[in-house]
Design a protein around this ligand. Structure first.
Ligand SMILES: *Cc1c(COP(=O)(O)O)cnc(C)c1O
Length: 362
C-alpha cells in the first residue's frame, strides 16, 4: 500500500539529531519556555521574514490569540473562506465574533478576492485568508481592500510553511499569521505545536503575555490570559527540522510537477498553479465527478488517499445555525475533492505507480 502520508518515515530521517537534542532537553531540567523555545522562535521568524515569532500550543490557539489580542469580540465580523478547515472558523467563533463566509475560486481553491468587498459591513474588522492546500493566496487585491476599509489581515498559514507570494513567505503577507506544527503539516512536530508570526511588536508582546496566563513577568498579570505554550521538546524538534523545510518542499514540488505532467485521465481535474514557488503542496488535491468510486478503486489498487474535506463547515452540526447558507462552489469542491499521496519521502517508484493506476481508471 502506498501510504497517503508516512509520518514515521518522515521523522526517522532525523533520529540521530532528535535523540541528541531530546537528551539535552531532558538533562537541562527546564521543560517549558526555555532555550529551545527561544532558539526556534528566532529561527522561525528569520525563515518567515518577520520581526517576531511567538510559539504557542497549536495552530487553533495561534489564530484564536491573534483575534483576542486585537480585542475583537461580539458584533465584530471577520471574513473567512467557506471551504477552509473548520479550525479557522472556530478561532473566530471562540472570540464570539461572527464568521462571514466567502466562496473560494475554483481555480485556486483559495478565497475569491473578487467576492470579498460585497461582504464588508461597518462591523467588519478583519479578513482571514487561508493558504489552503499549501498555495499562497494572491494577496494584491486583498491588500487593497484591507487598506481601503482599514481591516486587519490575519493569515491562516497552517498548510503553507514556506510558500511564497511576490518574494515574501506566507506568514509575512498580512498583519499577523497563525501556523500549526501538527505532525502532518509540512513542518510538523511529534505532538501539538503552533506559532504566531508578525511584524507588530505590541501585538507579539500581548500574545506572548496572554498565552502565559496574561503575565508579562512572573506573578504579574495584566490580562485575563490563558495557557498556550510550546514545550521544549517540541521546540527542539522543530528547530532540528526547520533547516530541511525548503528541501522537503522542493521534493513535494517535484512530485506535484510529475503528477501534473503525467496524470492524463480525462475524468480527473488537476490543480492549477499561478507560480512554481507559491505552492508547497501540503495537499495535492484533484477533483473528480465520481470521487467516491475513484477513491475505492485506488484503495483496491494499493493507493491510499484522503478527502479535504468531506463536509463544508456550514453543513456541520456545530454550525447548524448556518443550515440555510448556500455556498455552491465550496460545496462542489467538498463533493469532488480527493487528495493523492504527497510527502517528501515518497519514492519515484511510488509516484509513478500512483500515476499509472490513475491513468488506467475507467
Ligand atoms: C491544521 C490546521 C489548523 C489547526 O491547527 P492545529 O495545530 O491542529 O490546531 C488551522 N487551520 C488550517 C487550515 C489547518 O490545516
Amino acid at each position: 500500500m502506498i501510504k497517503f502520508l508516512d509520518l514515521h518515515k518522515i521523522n526517522e530521517r532525523f533520529r540521530t539529531q532528535i535523540d541528541a537534542r531530546l537528551k539535552e532537553v531532558l538533562d537541562s531540567g527546564w521543560y517549558i519556555h526555555g532555550k529551545q523555545d527561544e532558539l526556534f522562535e528566532k529561527h522561525f521568524a528569520e525563515y518567515i521574514g518577520t520581526k517576531y515569532c511567538v510559539a504557542v500550543a497549536n495552530g487553533l490557539d495561534a489564530l484564536n490569540l491573534i483575534i483576542k489580542a486585537y480585542g475583537f469580540g461580539p458584533g465584530d465580523e471577520i471574513i473567512v473562506p467557506a471551504n477552509t478547515y473548520i479550525a479557522s472558523i472556530l478561532a473566530i467563533s471562540e472570540n464570539n465574533c461572527t464568521p462571514v463566509l466567502v466562496e473560494p475560486s475554483l481555480k485556486t481553491y483559495n478565497i475569491d478576492p473578487n467576492l470579498i468587498e460585497e461582504k464588508i459591513t461597518p462591523r467588519t474588522k478583519a479578513i482571514m485568508v487561508v493558504h489552503l492546500y499549501g498555495q499562497a493566496v494572491q494577496m494584491e487585491k486583498i491588500w487593497q481592500i484591507a487598506k481601503k476599509y482599514n481591516l486587519k489581515i490575519i493569515e491562516d498559514s497552517a498548510q503553507a510553511h514556506g510558500a511564497m507570494y511576490k518574494g515574501k513567505r506566507t506568514g509575512n503577507l498580512g498583519d499577523a499569521s497563525g501556523f500549526s506544527f501538527y505532525p502532518g503539516k509540512n513542518l510538523g512536530c511529534l505532538g501539538d505545536g503552533g506559532a504566531v508570526t508578525t511584524n507588530d511588536k505590541a501585538l507579539a508582546d500581548k500574545i506572548r503575555a496572554i498565552a502565559n496566563y496574561g503575565s508579562d513577568r512572573k506573578y504579574h498579570h495584566i490580562y485575563k490570559g490563558t495557557n498556550s505554550r510550546l514545550d521544549e521538546f517540541q521546540a527542539a524538534l522543530l528547530d532540528i527540522k526547520l533547516p530541511y523545510l525548503d528541501s522537503d518542499n522542493q521534493r513535494r514540488q517535484e512530485i506535484a510537477k510529475y503528477y501534473r505532467e503525467n496524470i492524463k485521465n480525462p475524468k480527473i481535474i488537476l490543480p492549477k498553479i499561478y507560480d512554481e514557488n507559491a505552492h508547497v503542496w501540503h495537499i495535492f488535491a484533484v477533483r473528480c465527478e465520481e470521487r467516491d468510486r475513484l477513491q475505492k478503486y485506488l484503495e483496491e489498487n494499493g493507493v491510499q488517499t484522503n478527502i479535504h474535506y468531506p463536509t463544508p463547515p456550514h453543513k456541520q452540526e456545530a454550525y447548524k445555525e448556518w443550515v440555510n447558507q448556500s455556498h455552491p462552489i465550496s460545496e462542489e469542491i467538498h463533493r469532488t475533492e480527493l487528495s493523492l499521496p504527497m510527502s517528501p519521502v515518497l519514492t519515484d517508484e511510488e509516484v509513478k505507480r500512483v500515476v499509472k493506476v490513475l491513468n488506467e481508471w475507467k
